[in-house]
Write a protein that binds this ligand. Structure first.
Ligand code: SAM
Length: 255
């Protein structure tokens, strides 16, 4: 139901692992003090967040939440964690699922969310919970060599990113600053760190998938003519160096 295929999540997993801010993850782990705190992962997919954090905070008691039952089955197989299938856009779901959580994590999730949803999330957050929002897309991309259509295509891609992905009109590249601002306003102590993908010679399959996926999205906007779209897609596929910007945010609770 979510449209996030396991193949895609697995293809991006090595780049995600390399990109995560381990400094922020270690600070979260230090904050937990090694205690067996209740932790939830929003939009957990196949369990990548738990796999990344388990070596640093092995005693967290995870509940993995996603709308996709197939991904959650895989997450259970990979992590052994408890899972709950839920549509986080449904009334009262985020409030219900966050109740009692001391650690709230998400990876590659908040850019799908609207401003209203993030405001609701911050209101629902228990006052003693820490948040680690990893790998939120920040809109910065560098493809080299770049096709002349790159700026127009990227702008169209961002416009597509802002479409409703099920959680209201998505913030896309504005999600991380919005989340940080709202958490700060609510009293959390927020730190941010860049977590870009830096792709090169060994990442041809991911680069090709990104090129094709972005071309499909830009094609839906009608911003480029068909020949320009195809030329740009092929140029992206042939790129030798690619940087895709993400941000990780750690928010420690008031007091
Ligand atoms: C880009 S994937 C990230 C998955 C995982 N966190 C990772 O880093 O590999 C986004 C995830 O959010 C989930 N998702 C999207 N909309 C959702 C919703 N309304 N309710 C629950 N989960 C949702 C998708 O099913 C998908 O697994």
């Amino acid at each position: 139901m979510s449209g996030f295929a396991l193949d895609w999540l697995d293809l991006r997993a090595p780049a995600d692992r390399a990109a995560r801010s381990m400094a922020l993850a270690r600070r979260l782990a230090a904050w937990t003090g090694g205690a067996p705190l209740a932790a939830v992962d929003l939009g957990a997919g196949a369990g990548a967040t738990v796999q990344a954090l388990a070596p640093l905070a092995p005693r967290l008691r995870w509940l993995l939440i996603d709308a996709d039952a197939g991904l959650l089955a895989e997450a259970r197989r990979r992590t052994g964690a408890r899972t709950a299938r839920a549509d986080l856009s449904a009334p009262d779901e985020v409030e219900r699922l966050l109740a009692g959580a001391r650690v709230v994590a998400a990876s590659a999730f908040f850019d799908l969310c609207s401003e209203a949803w993030i405001a609701r999330f911050v209101r629902a957050l228990p006052r003693d919970a820490a948040v680690l929002a990893a790998l939120t897309y920040d809109g910065r991309e560098r493809w080299s060599p770049a096709d002349p259509a790159e700026p127009a295509a990227l702008a169209a891609f961002h416009a597509h990113q802002r479409r409703d992905k099920g959680l209201g009109p998505a913030l896309g590249p504005d999600a991380a600053p919005t989340l940080a601002r709202m958490l700060r306003a609510a009293g959390w102590s927020v730190s941010a760190a860049p977590s870009p993908w830096r792709l090169g010679a060994g990442d041809a399959a991911l680069i090709a998938a990104l090129a094709d996926g972005a071309a499909a999205a830009v094609g839906e906007t009608g911003a480029l003519t068909a020949p320009t779209l195809e030329r740009w897609r092929l140029a992206r596929r042939a790129a030798r160096q690619v940087e895709i910007g993400h941000v990780d945010i750690l928010a420690l609770p008031p007091g």
